[in-house]
Ligand binder design. Structure first.
Ligand code: IVH
Length: 667
């Protein structure tokens, strides 16, 4: 086989595997095999640059986005849909359809019902089978060229079968899966960034980034729901058209349904009401549309909406509350976030008494003031938000004003030009310090049990702790004098702090809370350098080249390591016996058993205790010696005794050796 032929074969196989993995959710090869094939293709292309084509899977990331996105005129306007909120309104829509088609018997009217995805509408154009352009909806007539970013979505085909169409423009909705939203937000929080309010905002941000490599990291996805332009249209119905799109390997949603009559379309509203919660993407309603393309043509559109379709919107669970106060919270990195204190209300499964107001601009836009009656809902069913003011009371407060100084330490605050958040300039600000200590002590960092928010609060307010190293010189008697801390707890706390000295480099690096250095990055660094000294010696240029570390992390890290105050603090920690090296393997983060606590008891036959412990740890789990409420699993070998009894009493899951093996193998 010539190199050219091998490249073609590899491209075809990789496209097939991408489709099976990202569209069909049924991969047939392992990630390792996939990577090996991709690497082979990269090698061949490097040796034969003349054979590199834009539809190659190696070319998903690479194109450039202009500083300003170019305008793209849509071949046909991208309309929006009329919204309905109850069954009566949907019936009224059906009646309008019937009136608009007076010669058609009702029996002939079929509908297609689809999920309405809560993301961003985009249009993708293919010419002679190749993806040539991708655009946002914009104002409906004209959008922005975001081709380079859309190419990074693995479910977007770079190439389709050319046979049926010379030119086709498909339309769909880009979204961020819920799991991905949680992952990105956790990462942002760990790195001191403001989390996104909901998956839709996160997706919108990712689509408009100037660097496609970063868009690629956000793992967006897309469903294609229709076409805007076809060079030849052999289809009678929407459903037929969608089947064709699916055959062309576009990601068409599996829940689309053809309904032979209006009543069966209506029934789907109830069917999907609960089902949608189980999906890994946000669905805010259903789209109910005529199936026949000829009838659609007859009905036409208003300037905004087609007359042949309507959206039914599920109400996000909402509640009414009152703004009791607006306070400003200072985060670990000094970010100052306004938060509404609410009259407690129950919404989407829990009582809410606070809701983030995000930032100054957001409060202004919604004109939220103390005393107002407001609508609350949970963004993405997770983060409580103030949707809008329904009634502003006569005694409503003055418009919200950002404080001019840090509410905790009165130091000046500043707002960078490109940011919406204000930050406190004082790195010794007690509020920041408390948050930093909380982060330092957290499970995935130094893992200091008993060092909770209440204890930290007292240690900082009494002036006993001004930095991390002060924790390690605390004496039991000093701690015991804190309010509500029994002698025994003081002893436990001191022991836990001492134990954390040997947590190792990756946990220490994570706990220090360097901006952009979260758990994963800390692990990468610890694996690579093994000691803080080695890391300290490494110049920016070298850091920046490391896989998974880029210029942003390298710069932040260097700035941290070069600051005198930080160097002094590291030195104090070292003197106090904090381990600055990594001993043994650094476990992967996000392992199957991440955050799970195990207790081993009795005799195992296939493994030694030590082996079992290492395997559990390599998957991110922890092994402790006593059974408590916090224990997730008790592994019981032969002749297990009192621990087994205690675990049974506490209702802790019990694994025999076989079950443990299964669990370990599944990881
Ligand atoms: S069909 C004429 N189908 O909802 C417009 N739209 O409010 C026909 N959307 O801009 C659109 N899921 O961004 C259609 N399954 C779906 C959809 C969907 C989400 C969005 C789309 C559109 C907006 C209309």
């Amino acid at each position: 086989m010539t190199a050219k032929q091998e490249i073609e074969t590899l491209k075809q196989s990789l496209h097939e595997y991408d489709h099976l993995y990202y569209v069909k959710n049924s991969p047939i090869i392992s990630d390792q095999e996939y990577d090996a094939l991709l690497r082979r293709l990269e090698e061949l292309e490097a040796a034969h640059p003349e054979c590199v084509s834009p539809d190659s899977p190696t070319q998903r990331v690479g194109g450039k986005v202009d500083e300003r996105f170019k305008a793209v005129v849509h071949p046909a306007p991208m309309l929006s849909l009329d919204n309905t909120y109850n069954v009566d309104e949907v019936r009224a829509f059906h009646q309008r359809v019937l009136r608009g088609l007076p010669d058609i018997p009702e029996d002939d009217i079929e509908y297609v019902v689809e999920l309405k995805f809560d993301g961003l509408a985009v249009a993708l154009t293919y010419e002679d089978g190749l993806l040539v352009s991708g655009a946002t909806r914009g104002d409906g007539l004209q959008g922005e060229d975001i081709t380079a970013n859309l190419r990074t979505l693995r479910s977007v085909p770079l190439k389709i079968d050319t046979e049926p169409f010379k030119r086709i423009e498909v339309r769909g909705e880009v979204f961020m899966p819920k799991k991905e939203f949680e992952r990105i937000n956790a990462k942002r929080e760990a790195e001191g960034e403001t989390p996104f309010a909901n998956p839709r905002n996160a997706a919108a941000g990712a689509l408009r980034l100037l660097d496609p490599a970063i868009t690629a990291e956000r793992r967006l996805d897309i469903f294609i729901y229709g076409v805007g332009f076809l060079s030849r249209n052999p289809f009678q119905t929407h459903y037929e058209l969608q089947e064709k799109l699916s055959a062309l390997r576009f990601p068409v949603n599996e829940h689309n349904r053809l309904c032979k009559n209006f009543e069966s379309a209506l029934a789907l509203i109830e069917e999907f009401r609960d089902k949608r919660e189980e999906l890994d993407y946000e669905v805010d309603g259903l789209v109910i549309q005529l199936n026949s393309l000829a009838y659609r043509k007859k009905l036409g559109a208003t300037s905004k909406f087609p007359r042949w379709a309507v959206a039914y919107k599920y109400e996000a669970e909402q509640a009414v509350s009152e703004i009791m106060d607006i306070v400003c919270q200072v985060g670990r990195t000094g970010s100052i976030t306004p938060v509404a204190e609410l009259r407690p209300v129950f919404v989407s499964g829990s009582t809410v008494s606070r809701a983030t107001l995000h930032n100054e601009d957001e409060i202004k836009r919604k004109d939220i003031r103390v005393g107002d009656q407001v609508v609350i809902e949970k963004a993405g069913e997770i983060i409580p938000q103030v949707v809008r003011v329904i009634e502003s009371s006569k005694e409503r407060g003055a418009p919200f004003k950002m404080p001019t100084a840090c509410p905790e330490c009165q130091a000046p605050i500043y707002r960078a030009e490109s940011e919406a958040v204000w930050r406190c300039v004082n790195s010794a600000c007690p509020a920041q310090l408390k948050e930093r200590l909380r982060y330092f002590a957290s499970r995935k960092a130094m893992d200091i049990d008993h060092l909770g928010p209440a204890v930290i609060e007292q240690l900082v307010d009494s002036g006993q702790v001004k930095n991390f190293s002060d924790l390690y010189i605390l004496k039991k008697d000093e701690v015991a004098s804190l309010e509500r801390l029994a002698d025994k707890s003081a002893q436990n706390l001191i022991e836990e702090i001492a134990k954390s000295k040997s947590a190792g480099l990756s946990r220490l690096l994570h706990g220090l809370g360097v901006r952009h250095v979260g758990q994963r990055t800390a692990i990468v660094l610890a694996r690579r350098f093994r000691s803080l000294d080695k890391l300290q010696e490494t110049p920016y240029d070298e850091l920046e080249k490391i896989d998974e570390i880029g210029p942003v992390i390298a710069e932040s890290l260097r700035a941290f390591l070069d600051r005198d105050t930080n160097r002094e603090e590291m030195e104090r920690l070292r003197q106090l016996g904090i381990l600055m090296e990594e001993q043994g393997d650094v476990p992967d983060s996000g392992g199957l058993l991440e955050g799970k606590q195990f207790v081993l008891t009795g005799t195992l036959s296939q493994l030694t205790r030590e082996e079992a412990k290492e395997k559990i740890q390599s998957l991110g789990g922890r092994v402790t010696s006593t059974v408590t409420q916090k224990t997730d699993y008790l592994v019981a070998g032969a002749s297990a005794g009192s621990k087994l009894e205690k675990a049974q009493k506490l209702g802790i899951q019990i694994l025999d050796e076989g079950a443990l093996q299964k669990l370990l193998q599944s990881g």
